[in-house]
Design a protein around this ligand. Structure first.
Ligand SMILES: Cc1cc2nc3c(=O)[nH]c(=O)nc-3n(C[C@H](O)[C@H](O)[C@H](O)COP(=O)(O)OP(=O)(O)OC[C@H]3O[C@@H](n4cnc5c(N)ncnc54)[C@H](O)[C@@H]3O)c2cc1C
Length: 432
């Protein structure tokens, strides 16, 4: 890694952003064109700040099931070519060659064998250095112009950098403390690109019911479904974490991008028709649960009502569910529960409904929904259809993936494809 970028007065390629897509693009490009001058400009004092936070510090870097089905945006098919050319196996092989073997879990999530995001970043940094990629840290690119066949990039402290090609790999607008604060949209907009409204994706869901607050901190496995106007939008089985504002955890995070989209597309009246339905016993039918509770009523008739679900669910959840289903006092014996009380409690266990209020914001989100319109980029090269030599990759584009390694896979595939596109573009310049 060359830390003295001043030795070039003009670069072949400047990559704006030293995140997942920018670093992969730089490595791929330096392998394709060993004599090419490549500069990564990163606003943070270090590369890959967000990468270190991924997968709870373990870096869920891909998913063996990655296909167009797991991606969203105004045209999700835009991912097909990048994912075809640089599929999951290629990503794993690429990292293997960088010295980072990977493994996958039962959900198809791919992690480094070390289970440590720091080692992913280390492998990338050392290889960037080995391949002679230059890096300018603590430098924000504040504007980019195109003049006489060259890009003129201005930094926050007034420096000017010239380049034959530019890759915008600035990320989206979520988790702005990591450096991706949406300024990449301004850079692309200045070249006439349209950037769609951005929203938080893979983010905690806020709910209305007060009884959820009593559950704050409880973590369990459940089936959770998102319904809009009584139709199921999507359901997931997995870990749900109750919080004082609503729900988090992998299963609900997976539904959250749909919440953002539905809230964005509907007026306040319709937004009220959005709800979460939690099934705490997805492996039992409602009649089996009723029978179980009827049997408990007979067997434990002398005990207090709030002990009815002891051993079935955590105590705090049990009391919250019973309280939300019946008016009976907890000091009364279980034998005083009526049949309709038992039915109501069974229904809560199978289908607890939480009205959705919204989501947490961009600060908490793991991915950005929306961004630069993909129809204005060539999916075989990632080059702008308006400005030859201008490329974009990663989250700055209007593509967001599900939770589970799909977003990093997108950043890697699109970054590497952009490097191929830049290679073709530069070859054209040098052959002129
Ligand atoms: C907490 C968290 C956990 C996540 N976990 C996972 C996970 O396990 N698996 C997964 O697949 N995805 C995960 N993601 C999402 C994934 O990290 C992103 O989708 C991915 O990093 C996007 O890559 P990128 O290169 O497009 O942008 P980023 O990784 O955001 O990199 C953009 C870089 O550009 C820099 N930059 C921005 N503007 C400028 C400028 N003008 N000048 C200079 N530098 C600039 C930023 O500082 C940043 O370093 C997670 C996200 C978060 C926030």
């Amino acid at each position: 890694m060359n830390t003295d970028p001043d030795f070039h007065c003009e670069w072949d390629t400047v990559i704006i952003g030293g995140g997942a897509s920018g670093m992969l693009a730089a490595l791929q490009l330096s392998q394709l064109r060993p004599n090419s001058s490549v500069l990564i400009v990163e606003r943070n004092p270090k590369l890959g700040k967000k990468l270190l936070m991924t997968g709870n510090g373990r870096c869920n870097l891909s998913n063996i099931g990655a296909s167009v089905d797991y991606y969203h945006g105004s045209d999700p098919t835009f991912v097909c070519e990048p994912l075809r050319k640089y599929a999951v196996d290629d990503t794993r092989e690429f990292f293997e060659q960088l010295g980072l073997p990977t493994m996958s879990d039962e959900f198809g999530r791919v992690y480094p064998n070390t289970q440590n995001a720091g080692s992913v970043l280390d492998c990338l940094r050392y290889n960037l250095s080995d391949y002679g990629v230059s890096v300018m840290l603590s430098t924000l690119i504040s504007s980019v112009e195109y003049s006489k066949g060259r890009f003129i990039l201005r930094t926050h402290n007034g420096e000017v950098i010239r380049s034959k090609s530019v890759l915008v790999a600035t990320g989206g607008a979520c988790a702005p403390h990591t450096g991706s604060d949406g300024n990449g949209y301004d850079i692309l907009s200045s070249f006439g690109h349209m950037c769609l409204n951005v929203m938080p994706g893979i983010v905690q869901i806020k709910t209305r019911r007060d009884w959820v607050k009593q559950l704050s901190g409880i973590r369990l496995s459940a089936n959770i479904a998102l319904l809009f106007e009584d139709k199921c939008v999507r359901e997931e089985f997995g870990e749900v974490l109750f919080t004082d504002y609503g729900v988090s955890g992998p299963a609900s995070l997976q539904l959250s991008s749909h919440v953002s989209r539905i809230l964005h597309e509907n007026d306040i009246e319709h937004q009220k028709a959005l709800s979460l339905h939690i099934d705490f016993f997805s492996d039992m039918s409602i009649s089996d649960i009723r029978n179980e509770l009827m049997a408990r009523r007979a067997k434990y008739s002398h005990r207090a009502v709030d002990t009815l679900l002891v051993g079935l669910v955590q105590n705090r959840l049990a009391t919250a569910l019973i309280r939300s289903a019946t008016d009976i006092s907890f000091s009364e014996p279980i034998s005083n529960l009526s049949d309709s009380d038992v039915v109501a409690i069974s229904n809560r266990l199978k289908d607890s409904i939480l009205d959705v209020e919204g989501t947490m914001g961009m600060k908490e989100a793991q991915v950005t929904i929306g961004g630069a319109l993909t129809s204005e980029f060539d999916p075989t090269t990632m080059m702008s259809i308006y400005v030859p030599g201008l490329f974009a990759a990663g989250e700055v584009l209007d593509i967001d993936g599900d939770c589970g390694g799909f977003n990093l896979q997108w950043a890697f595939s699109s970054g590497r494809l952009a490097a191929d596109g830049i290679n073709i573009f530069l070859s054209g310049i040098y052959n002129e």
